[in-house]
Design a protein around this ligand. Structure first.
Ligand code: MN
Length: 209
């Protein structure tokens, strides 16, 4: 069973002006699509390596045959990372604001306040803290506590036994057309499109898993 590129859950221009339409088209239709094709090509060589879900495949990456492990790690990680990224954003009306209920309590417990969480997240995304390409995440541990996590290149939180709640793509392809070298501006504007309802659903599911 081949992995497939999911449609965006909103229009390509829905995240304007914070994330521009051209970036979204290239990012989804070209970059993400290429990761899916490369993942499927790798798995064609060892179909029995596929556990049936991308999360299980990544969580047990060390059991993937060495011949295709790097390709699955990079492209499978990026496939999963991007699916989460699209889902936890939304247009005006769905994006922005603050988390509520369980997730809000977990963030307050871990960071002291939502504002402090944002400050620490932004610091973790800064080029000096996350050098090169990678992602910044808010992840949940089994039991429900949350913490920040950085992953390099295409690595996934599932590879470390963490459950991703929200994640920000800090690869240059995610922001360079609009923001050029101004990654901190991309990061601070991104809060306007974070869909905290969806993040809350992910947290509730993680906590009860
Ligand atoms: Mn990307």
């Amino acid at each position: 069973m081949a992995y497939e590129l999911p449609d965006l859950p909103y229009a390509y221009d829905a995240l304007e002006p914070h994330i521009d339409e051209q970036t979204m088209r290239l990012h989804h239709d070209k970059h993400h699509n290429t990761y899916v094709q490369n993942l499927n090509s790798a798995l064609e060589q060892h179909p029995d390596a596929d556990k049936g879900s991308i999360e299980e495949l990544l969580a047990d990456i060390d059991s993937v045959p060495e011949e295709i492990r790097r390709a699955v790690r990079n492209n499978g990680g990026q496939h999963s990372n991007h699916m989460i990224f699209w889902e936890i954003m939304g247009p005006e009306g769905q994006g922005g604001g603050e988390p509520h209920e369980g997730l809000a309590e977990a963030i307050d417990s871990a960071f002291g306040s939502f504002g402090e969480f944002k400050s620490q997240f932004e610091a973790a995304c800064a080029p000096g803290a996350l050098f090169g390409s990678g992602w910044c995440w808010l992840v949940a541990n089994p039991g429900g506590s949350v913490e920040l996590l950085q992953t390099a290149n295409g690595d996934s939180p599932y590879m470390e036994g963490k459950l991703p709640i929200i994640g920000l793509d800090c690869w240059e392809h995610a922001y360079y057309l609009k923001y050029q070298n101004r990654r901190p501006e991309y990061v601070s504007n991104w809060w306007n499109v974070v869909n905290w309802e969806e993040a809350g659903r992910r947290y509730d599911a993680a906590r009860s898993s």
